[in-house]
Design a protein around this ligand. Structure first.
Ligand code: ATP
Ligand code: MG
Length: 662
């Protein structure tokens, strides 16, 4: 990509870890990078050695690009590594899961209790005729049984495919049919913002069109709050099955490369892809990254707020932390719902952190920006002194949002790990190691030890520091996807055809003189305005720097003269938003924002249109769907909207666009 324009963030703002943090950190020797990168296979092998193996591997890596096999010849079981070795050792009475429901109900499971529950449910699955290699769909709330069911699948070698509990019947049907599941695990429903989400009713609708599904297991979450119908012969109560199940189930010896799970991507850029992960490489990668990136210590209460329906919930709610014997916190509901059930409680996260004394929080920029919009008073009314480390994942975090997180949540004390990775990569790829790396707001900093990331031009040539380009990963890594389920051709085409033998994640990036990576958003979203490459991230971060702006999404709209013209959709912080009907105030603010961007990034970047919006179209995992904004701006019929969180948002934006276009 030529014709650089300057990245306008203050790249000199830097935060070194405190001496106290460094002293106790799991990784505090910068040499770790040199050692790992000198011999990545030996590095990964040193992590695999920390797992419990039934049979050790013969070969670390077989690489026939683009197909990799790791720890070939080895046998192990994931549930034995995440549960048994802790339950049968000193962590038997240690808390494994601390859970809170949206209405405030709570449960705690020790490793010993989790061990029993996982074995019972593994026997339930066996009793339903589920065999090694067969697929089980989970369509579940964020409750301990979701983790129990995942681990139970791994215990018997069944391949789980989790469908986020907020998805529609159509999405559930599509994913269930794509992976050919035999059993669906669900619940009657769950709580979300004080409302009931009727999972069972949605499952009934989906299963009509799912010929492979034989049984539906239904957990009783809501009791008499909901009435559901059970279909004779197909639907069975979870509790009834567990009550009859034996509490002993020997873990199935799984081959290193046996499939572990299938997970469909978020669908930000198009139709979701069925990512396949396998056993030992995935577990090695998630265990190593959890330990070093989150600096997990024996007495931590670690909270990753992602739903188990996303990869973050797989790798960093369940597998990575539990492989390390850490205590995980899980929460069922919405961040703006109070325990009193009165609604509008925008301090729920901070209230729970204070009450449970949570020490590590890993969340998404979308949540941080929502909190910025709501105002500082919510976190400020709680004691957050238990926190010692913060994380971010899912989208680039704007420097301004990073600083807000650092000051208002971390109180200037907690290192922030901005972690770049994907469903496909299985584990974190670019991230600070909090006891070593000096962080810069907006940069994910350095490739994890053993990961060979680079930035290249369209032809695949490495670019010098400071030049914007395409992020690539040059060498295979243990937790990489193995293929797309049932579609190896698409696997090769999507990830390996742009540059032969080199992994193409689809994101843009630039590296600074200190070797830090700055993610610039999707390659497809980079605009070409009058011959200049402008990333959505640069423009959005500049808008968020304006005191009135909480969140921004920028897209390039086709333009006769410039090729593309930038269009900005912005959300204003609540206390600074023009009153409804104040058209003059809104116009003034729009003009001011255009001028702001023009002054900060150059006239070329000045947006043609600024739309003040109450909300932005997002995936159900909270990512901005810029392709739909492009459709809105260019007056097209909307593309695939099945992963959209709230269809009303785009509909109202379409209306607003024609009235505010200027
Ligand atoms: P699809 O591939 O179906 O369009 P998706 O890419 O949103 O969906 P995920 O695998 O959930 O699906 O998301 C991975 C993407 O999220 C990355 O490719 C990147 O664009 C973005 N991302 C995740 N974490 C970060 C981060 N820390 N910084 C910048 N971008 C991030
Ligand atoms: Mg993707």
């Amino acid at each position: 990509m030529s014709n650089e324009i300057a990245v306008n963030w203050q790249q000199d703002r830097a935060f070194a870890p405190s001496p106290e943090f460094v002293a106790n950190a799991n990784a505090n020797d910068p040499d770790i990078y040199t050692r790992a990168n000198a011999d990545p296979q030996a590095w990964w092998e040193s992590w695999a050695e920390q797992l419990d193996w039934i049979q050790k591997w013969d070969t670390v890596l077989e690489w026939n690009a683009p197909h990799s096999k790791w720890f070939v010849g080895g046998k192990l079981n994931v549930s034995a590594n995440c549960v048994d070795r802790h339950a049968l050792g000193v962590r038997r009475d240690k808390r494994a899961i601390v859970w809170e429901g949206e209405p405030g109900d709570q449960r705690i499971l020790t490793f010993g209790e989790l061990h029993t529950e996982v074995q019972k449910f593994a026997n339930v699955l066996k009793g339903l005729g589920v065999e090694k290699g067969e697929r089980v769909v989970l369509y579940m709330p964020m409750i301990p049984e979701a983790a129990i069911a995942m681990l139970a699948c791994t215990r018997i070698g069944a391949v789980h495919s989790i469908v986020f509990g907020g998805f529609s019947a159509e999405s559930l049907k599509e994913r269930t049919n794509d992976c050919g599941a035999k059993v669906i695990l669900t619940a009657d429903g769950y709580w979300r913002r004080g409302n009931i989400v009727p999972l069972k009713a949605t499952t009934d609708e989906a299963v009509e069109g799912c010929p492979t599904v034989e049984k539906v297991v239904v957990l009783n979450r809501l009791g008499d709050k909901i009435s559901i119908t059970m279909q004779e012969g197909r639907d069975i109560w979870w509790g009834d099955l567990v009550a009859q199940a034996s509490a002993e189930c020997t873990p199935e010896p799984m081959d290193s490369e046996d499939p572990l799970f299938i997970l469909y991507t978020s669908g930000s850029t198009g139709k979701p892809k069925g990512i396949l992960h396998t056993t030992s490489g995935y577990l090695t990668g998630t265990m190593a990254t959890s330990k070093l990136v989150f600096d997990l210590q024996e007495d931590d209460l670690y909270w990753c707020s992602a739903d188990v329906g996303w990869v973050t919930g797989h790798s960093y709610v369940v597998y990575g932390p539990l492989a390390n014997g850490a205590t995980i916190f899980m929460y069922e509901g919405s961040p703006d719902w109070g325990t009193e059930g009165k609604g509008g409680a925008r301090d729920r996260f901070w209230e729970m952190i204070e009450r449970h004394k949570i020490t590590i929080l890993y969340t998404a920029p979308t949540l941080i920006r929502a909190c910025m919009k709501w105002g500082e008073e919510h976190p400020n009314s709680h004691d957050l002194s238990s926190l010692r480390l913060l994380g971010s994942v899912g989208e680039p975090i704007n420097p301004e949002a990073w600083l807000w997180y650092h000051e208002n949540i971390g109180k200037g004390r907690c290192p922030i790990v901005d972690t770049w990775w994907q469903t496909e990569t299985g584990a974190i790829m670019i991230t600070p190691l909090p006891g070593i790396v000096t962080t810069k707001p907006g940069s994910a900093t350095r490739p994890f030890p053993g990961i060979q990331a680079d930035i290249v031009d369209e032809k695949g040539n490495s670019l010098p520091d400071g030049q914007k380009g395409i992020l690539v990963i040059r060498q295979p890594w243990p937790s990489m996807l193995r293929t797309l389920w049932g579609n190896d051709e698409r696997y090769q085409q999507v990830y390996w055809s742009k540059f032969e033998g080199i992994y193409f994640p689809g994101d843009g990036a630039v590296r600074d003189a200190d070797g830090n990576f700055w993610l610039l958003g999707r390659v497809d979203d980079i605009m070409l305005v009058a011959g200049h490459n402008i990333s959505t991230m640069e423009m959005e971060s500049t808008l968020v720097e304006h005191p009135a702006v909480a969140e921004a999404a920028v897209i390039g709209k086709a333009h006769d003269v410039k090729g593309q013209a930038p269009v900005a959709f912005v959300i204003i912080r609540e206390h600074l938003a023009p009153a409804p009907g104040d058209t003059a105030g809104a116009q003034k603010l729009r003009d001011e924002l255009k001028k702001w961007v023009g002054e900060k990034l150059g006239a070329i970047c000045r947006p043609d249109d600024v739309i003040l919006s109450a909300d932005l179209p997002k995936t159900r995992s909270g990512k901005i769907m810029r392709r739909l904004l492009r459709d809105v701006a260019e007056g097209r019929v909307l593309g695939d909207t099945t992963t959209l969180a709230d269809p009303v948002v785009v509909a109202s934006l379409k209306e607003k666009y024609s009235s505010e276009e200027n």
